[in-house]
Design a binder for this molecule. Structure first.
Ligand SMILES: CSCCC(=O)C(=O)COP(=O)(O)O
Ligand SMILES: [Zn+2]
Length: 215
């Protein structure tokens, strides 16, 4: 299969899905200052030859324009001729698709995700104990304990990728960049959204729990 052979309908379906998620998250204030990026995989390519739709870089994500998204290949290069620039963080999406085979990736910066990323930086992971919403990750153990990995944040995005590769935990559908934000993924947009919402709930819970119990 080649990108050129993808039907218009397939591409439009992906863009419509991203448009809906973008609107919803923008309404929640999850894209402050043009931060955040979203992507969904398109087509049925060989596992090592994928393409995905991703938000264009630096846009006001609370607005809807014909220039909000473009398609890129496994290396983050535009799949077709365009004047649009893919998200500056496209290489992180590429690596997560490569490692997990997932179908959608959503990234947001929030105050709670930034706070817990710094609170637990020395531990290199955010611990969560026995909270019901862990089940959103399809982890059903009684009183489950999870650790959400935190990786370094560098201005040079390619430098972040090796740590993502090293720290990605197949059981946990998300990875945190220190004082930056969370990447969450799923088999499709529905699941990636469920995971992101669960992460954000858990970050706020953990932060408030720490406030109540730390001396
Ligand atoms: C303005 S926030 C800094 C860049 C960032 O972290 C982000 O998520 C948005 O970058 P993009 O290139 O995807 O717009
Ligand atoms: Zn970001």
């Amino acid at each position: 299969m080649s990108f050129a052979s993808l039907s218009l309908e397939t591409k439009q379906r992906a863009l419509a899905e991203l448009t809906g998620v973008k609107r919803l998250f923008a309404d929640r204030g999850w894209f402050p200052g043009t931060s955040g990026n979203l992507s969904v995989r398109v087509g049925d390519f060989a596992p090592d030859d994928f393409h995905f739709a991703i938000t264009a870089s630096g846009k006001d994500k609370s607005l809807s324009t014909p220039e909000d998204f473009l398609f890129v290949d496994r290396e983050g290069k535009p799949s077709e001729t365009t004047g649009l620039k893919p998200s500056a963080e496209t290489l992180i999406h590429c690596e997560i698709y490569r490692q997990t085979g997932c179908g959608a990736i959503f990234h947001v910066h929030t105050v709670f995700n930034n706070l817990v990323s710094e609170l637990f930086w020395e531990r290199k992971s955010i611990p969560v104990d026995g909270v019901e919403l862990i089940k959103a990750f399809n982890i059903w153990d009684e009183e489950a304990h999870i650790e959400i990995p935190i990786v370094s944040n560098f201005a040079h995005i390619p430098s972040i990728v090796p740590e993502v590769t090293e720290r990605l935990d197949k059981r946990i559908p998300g990875i945190m960049l220190r004082k930056h934000g969370i990447y969450a993924w799923g088999v499709n947009a529905f699941e990636a959204k469920r995971h992101l919402e669960a992460f954000e709930f858990l970050f706020e819970y953990v932060y408030r729990w720490e406030l109540l119990h730390r001396r």
